[in-house]
Design a protein around this ligand. Sequence first.
Ligand code: F6R
Length: 356
Amino acid sequence: MTGAAVLDDKERLAVADPAGMLDEIAGAGDQARSALRIAQASSLVGPQPEVVVVAGMGGSGLAGDVVAALAFASSAVPVLAVKGDRLPAFVGPGTLLVAVSFSGNTAETLSAVEQGLAAGARVVAVASGGALAALARGRGSPLVTVEAPPGRMPRAALWSLLVPVCSAAEAAGVLPPLRDQVLAAAGALDAEAAALGPAVPTDANPAKQAALRLLDRLPVVWGSGQLGAVAATRFRTQCNENAKVPVVSAALPEANHNDVMGLEGGLGPGRVLVLLRDEAGEHERDGLRLAAALEALGVDDPVVRRAGEGHGLVRLARLTAFTDFASAYLAIARGVDPTPIRTLDRLKAAVSAASR
Ligand code: F6R
């Protein structure tokens, strides 16, 4: 059975989500609190760097986007997320390189660390184990070992990864003290799980409603402000990996300079626009820009989720709770198991076999 009926049926949901992705999403608040305890017990303090680079891929790499977005408004030093084997040429002894990989075995992240170490960067590793943890131990680099209960997928470990990456930036004086903000974000994740979780029926549950609107349509996702843009990326990657659907995502106001042309003539029956708005992070003209884009495209009923008030991490938590629940419900409404990522696994295995 697919579609609306399954989303409000506890037993059928359990069958449709055998590995418990919905429970993982609902547990994000506890995950953040536990990650805070682990990060606080780690020795991360180091000198203030000239630049921070966060290297990581996929669900792990998103932590770099978040730290860059948090640092945007307040950090005196640049913070850059890198997704690939190579680091920029400026990486050197003044660089703090935070390497983040849930498995600890992602080839691109390992190459980046090797380049960073060779260039004299100070490395902090965030991993559950694997080659990255071994490399950090061997080189005497600080390591935060993230929790990895059996079956947890990297994308379901966002807060386990994000909190220590933020803590490494905080310990180097790049982000302000984050303890209270992490605890507040954990509270927001709990509140969103109570509002968007599987027990809340579709007629009162915006994440289930969004999933049903997206069923058999191409989601076009725009995020506003630095954090809204990260949430738009998260929405795309969560829909890709959980629901196994393609998504178009973009950041505002840049979308007004190109993406709108791809939608000229309107969304039509095959596309739905999703707006992830972080109004606290928007420029004063962004609301006007967005209204003009909707008017020009004739869109009068986009799916809208707002980040609300509070610290950046709290606002991000509200948006990622929505992206994560909506993508898992979309998977289930499509009759797809949200957890396995067979094509991605096959691809990693093929690349690793070919490079041996
Ligand atoms: C899987 C997922 C992927 C991985 C990526 C990198 O759930 O989210 O995007 O995050 O393949 O692997 P790790 O995170 O182990 O470095």
